[in-house]
Design a binder for this molecule. Structure first.
Ligand SMILES: Cc1ncc(COP(=O)(O)O)c(C=O)c1O
Length: 360
């Protein structure tokens, strides 16, 4: 929704094109499509899963109006300096998807500051949570006023029912969701969301009816939850940084293909991605053995509710993104993961995961 507000405030309209990496959440291109803007997918580079800068220039057409970069899993978008240079030469604004990357800095600058604006998610699985929701950041006062205008004109109030549901879900999340219960909780969440029995991240209707209600203001309970989360955000970021480095070291020592830590960066990973040749089996056994193991992204345009073809993506368009979706499982870095549990996850992966035979 922040992305939608930003695109609208930047003046993008029907028929314009926006370039974005083909390895993202389906709600991202869907926000553009809602404005009639056409997403143009560029393949990713295989180490950090960001838009491949070598493919960027050839994707720019006379109708391109913006470039979206994504700090996937929390890695700073690769080639950001070159991307900024290409954007400057082509006079195109950059928009950053920072949903995975709260806490990540490149050369001391926090993500979200490399272009016109950046959006963050505070949905359950993200670095800090208000249940559902997010933030939008920008440095330009005039753009900020235009974003506010879109929000004031279009954002509805959450119904008391929905606000109460979110508050209840917050209590369940705080008290019942731990690494051992995470897989079951996520399955239940996706299933109940599909049936519209809880306030899920995205409703099926949102993909079908592109003109229906869309923007909602945050409820008081969500805001209070977010303020509380902010009091422990430094500890959470430190925990994620430490676990990320620990996973990288352990996996590399065990012969897994883990990317070199990006230079001049403070990396805060929302999840630690690893390639396996037997993703379905790893996920199935993780569920059975109560090991927390994530499946993002299940497709280049990730969704359990709608098909990526509806948003212009076909398998084969971006082979690196297809392969990442087929191979990547991800390990938890959130503050509820103790050192013991992190070790258990790595031991599990060592035991059941098969290393892909190709090299990147
Ligand atoms: C890269 C990325 N962008 C955007 C989003 C959407 O966030 P939200 O669920 O808050 O709309 C997600 C959600 O998983 C994501 O992974």
């Amino acid at each position: 929704m922040g992305f939608y507000c930003l695109l609208k405030a930047l003046g993008l309209k029907a028929g314009d094109e926006i370039i974005m990496p083909a390895y993202t959440c389906l709600v991202v291109p869907a926000a553009a499509v809602r404005l009639g803007v056409v997403p143009v997918y560029v393949d990713i580079e295989p180490d950090y899963f960001g838009l491949d800068v070598n493919r960027l220039a050839s994707a720019i057409t006379p109708r391109t109006r913006a470039i979206m970069i994504q700090h996937t899993y929390g890695w700073p978008a690769p080639g950001v300096d070159q991307i900024r240079e290409i954007a400057r030469q082509s006079n195109l604004p950059i928009v950053e998807d920072c949903c995975h990357a709260l806490g990540t800095r490149y050369r001391g600058t926090h993500v979200g500051n490399f272009g016109a604006g950046g959006f963050f998610s505070s949905q359950w699985s993200k670095p800090f949570t208000t249940g559902l929701g997010g933030m939008l950041v920008m440095n330009d006062a005039a753009l900020y006023e235009r974003v506010r205008k879109v929000r004031d004109e279009e954002a509805g109030k959450l119904s008391p029912m929905m606000a109460a549901q979110l508050a209840m879900q917050g209590i369940v999340f705080e008290t019942l969701v731990y690494p051992r219960t995470m897989t079951a909780a996520q399955r239940a969440y996706r299933w109940l969301g599909k049936k519209s029995l809880i306030a899920g991240s995205t409703s099926q209707r949102e993909y079908v009816d592109m003109t229906g209600d869309y923007l909602f203001a945050m409820s008081e309970v969500q805001a209070a939850a977010g303020l509380y989360e902010l009091t422990r955000i430094r500890i959470a970021i430190e925990h994620r940084r430490r676990l990320g480095l620990w996973y990288a070291e352990k996996l590399r020592a065990a012969g897994w293909d883990s990317p070199i830590w990006p230079a001049e960066s403070d990396v805060t990973l929302v999840r630690f991605p690893v390639r396996v040749a037997n993703k379905a089996e790893v996920l199935r056994l993780a569920g059975k053995e109560l090991v927390e193991m994530g499946d993002w992204f299940v497709r280049p345009l990730h969704s359990h509710l709608a098909a990526q073809e509806q948003f212009g993506y076909r398998t084969g368009m971006c082979p690196n993104a297809d392969r990442a979706a087929d191979e990547i499982v991800n390990l938890p870095t959130h503050p509820r993961v103790s050192d013991h549990q992190a070790r258990r996850v790595v031991d599990f992966l060592e035991r059941v995961g098969h290393r892909p035979t190709h090299s990147n």
